[in-house]
Design a protein around this ligand. Sequence first.
Ligand code: UDP
Length: 234
Amino acid sequence: MFKRIVLKLSGEALAGTRGFGLDAVKVAETAAEVADVHELGVQIALVVGGGNIFRGVADQAREMDRVSADNMGMLSTIINAIALQDALEQRGVQCRVMTAVFMNQIAEPYIRRRAVRHLEKGRVVIFAAGIGNPFFSTDTAASLRAMEIKADVLLKGTKVEGVYNADPKLVEDAVKYDELTYMDILQQGLKVMDLTAVSLCKDNNLPMIIFNMNQPGNIKRVVMGEKVGSLVTA
Ligand code: UDP
């Protein structure tokens, strides 16, 4: 079983069937799954995306200055983080939101040593606002934070079973990889994470598991070491 994990949740995971905004049922379900894993004694850091609210490269942002659009994207991740924190606390799980864009009235500033301390005390930590810079993604934030806090693994929940050689939603006989390397992702241009995030993981030997978040109980299965999803190593 992993002792310390970073779990990357895309904003979409909190949007439910509507595809945008926050779906209270989906937020509650996600929190319940995280609470289940927390009960095992695993130290959990979550990195949330914001694509369900605003994405800096989305259509509606095309006319905007990229920095302004990305700033809005980062703020979206904070909204998601607060929603998740609330849902976790309703389940009795202590949780701290730490943000890379400082807003002291709303969340704690991200300070690495404090984040590690929270984890050691059994609190779930939610990293919000990505890395705090425009032109980056929350995937990159997840790999960076995973390295900073010395997580055992980076888990990335998606809508499909793992990494395929082609988009399984478009190509019927797409083949799923049980294991692959970061180099495979880079060389074959597999759409798993953005390239900055992939190179960061590769350079620092951080293992990653991509798995289906829509399958209830999957986070727990992955954490317990069951062969679920695709394992990516350097
Ligand atoms: N973002 C940013 N810097 C970061 C992380 C995120 O500027 O370090 C912005 C960017 O505009 C991005 C948006 O926040 O599109 C939401 O994050 P992301 O697209 O990674 O969310 P997800 O797709 O996981 O929901």
